[in-house]
Design a protein around this ligand. Sequence first.
Ligand SMILES: Nc1nc2c(ncn2[C@@H]2O[C@H](COP(=O)(O)OP(=O)(O)OP(=O)(O)O)[C@@H](O)[C@H]2O)c(=O)[nH]1
Ligand SMILES: [Mg+2]
Length: 284
Amino acid sequence: MTIHWYPGHIAKAERKLQEQINLTDVVLEVLDARIPISSRYENLGKFTADKPRLLILNKADLADPLQNTRWKDYLEEKIGQKVVLTSASSSKDISSIVKMAVELGKPAIDKVIAKGRLPRPVRVIVVGMPNVGKSSIINKLIKTAKVKTGAKAGVTRATQWVRVHPKMEILDSPGIIPARLEDQQRAVKLAVVNSVSEAAYDRVEVAKSLTGILFCKYKDIFCTYYKLEPKENTPSIEDIAQSRNLLLSGSKPDIDRAASLILSDFRQGKIGRITLENTEEITD
Ligand SMILES: Nc1nc2c(ncn2[C@@H]2O[C@H](COP(=O)(O)OP(=O)(O)OP(=O)(O)O)[C@@H](O)[C@H]2O)c(=O)[nH]1
Ligand SMILES: [Mg+2]
């Protein structure tokens, strides 16, 4: 299968990302909790240099709770990065993001003070692959600030910086990391979570791959949801079309509709809370 990618766009997006990161003290790196390996941008360090980073595993509400804990522990213990699990449905994790970011940015502010200048708020940017939830996180941060500061909302917007806390400002523009798609298995997972434009892949192929992963990792949940007999081999898209009564004339299974259904069921969390990658799969 081929999922296409566009090197020209990537070069341009990376230049913009670098410009934005240069303006900040702390980088909030957002991953999709369902694919913490594939949604990670391995070259981010090249752009952030030695700037502190805070990892956010977003869409935690759609991911497997057990895996969420494992991933958080793994990343904190083995890689030594601070991790916060977040989800759109909850605002309580926002205060811990602010607290940690302010802490991580303290050395940068100390430098400002050492130069004899007045202290300023820590400057933060949110960075991540398409669709991981960057705008949602920014909006939640801004909304929290609006609630807190009441009538002062909007005052700090002038220079693209939004003050979300007396000690923290956020760049009101997410750094989008283009999906590099040389690795097709990774490309499939990015397509599954909607990080890749729909025009770039074949839905039936991606649905087949997703079915394979779900059958391997979450056999019972998967088979129960689609009312399939748990057989030895991965069920086909045709099996799912039959089971869901998605038929064309002459009772032929409608594999296009079945593929779309599987993808949308997964994306909406209907099949269950699922994580497609576990810590043992880390290779580097
Ligand atoms: N279930 C769930 N959905 C989320 C969460 N965060 C974001 N979403 C949804 O995911 C979709 C993408 O969210 P955005 O905040 O637009 O993502 P983004 O990273 O800004 O996307 P781009 O700007 O395209 O790169 C939206 O439909 C959100 O409602 C979450 O934690 N849980
Ligand atoms: Mg966005």
